[in-house]
Design a protein around this ligand. Structure first.
Ligand code: FES
Ligand code: FES
Length: 170
């Protein structure tokens, strides 16, 4: 049986090969954290992690991901032994920095932000990093540019990500 791992659980892939990953999450797994904004790869609301890297869930078919591991916003929080959900540092920073208004883009922003932290840890350059003079805020904005926020919460989102970068040894 063809399977896909989502948040460390294994699920059978849908029979209809036209099912996108986003529709698979919503209609088969009842995971609604990843949002459908544009359904055309333009807004980032559906961002999830595929083997640690961000991907627009509306742009891939679930069957293309056989055997791979997807992490959605539901899997970003770490589970402790006593089953209490513990927020990821970036989720805490979003709350502390008030980095959202309506919240529709937030799950995608946080998944993207988690992947951004991975890019920095791996020392992967962004387009901004390649210029001689850039600020950390500019670098974060460039790396997060695939995620739109109709409420315009960008300054607080960047601040929240900066807070978490400051926690990590670079
Ligand atoms: S819903 Fe996937 S990028 Fe907009
Ligand atoms: S918080 Fe409303 S779209 Fe971003």
């Amino acid at each position: 049986m063809s399977t896909l791992i989502v948040n460390e659980e294994t699920y059978p892939l849908p029979e209809d090969p036209r099912t996108t990953l986003l529709d698979f999450l919503h209609q088969h797994l009842s995971m609604f954290g990843a949002k459908k904004g544009c359904d055309h790869g333009q807004c980032g609301a559906c961002t999830v992690l595929l083997d640690g890297e961000r991907i627009n869930a509306c742009l891939v078919f679930a069957f293309q991901l056989e055997g791979k591991s997807v992490t959605t916003i539901e899997g970003i929080a770490k589970k402790t032994n006593d089953s209490d959900a513990k927020l990821h540092p970036l989720q805490k920073a979003f709350v502390e920095r008030d980095a959202f208004q309506c919240g529709y883009c937030t799950s995608g922003q946080i998944c993207s932000g988690v992947a951004l932290l991975g890019e920095l840890a791996a020392k992967n350059p962004s387009a901004v990093t390649c210029s001689a003079d850039y600020s950390q805020k500019e670098d974060i904005s460039e790396r997060m540019s695939g995620n739109l926020c109709r409420c315009g919460a960008y300054p607080n989102i960047v601040d929240a990500i900066e807070d978490v970068i400051a926690l990590e040894p670079q």
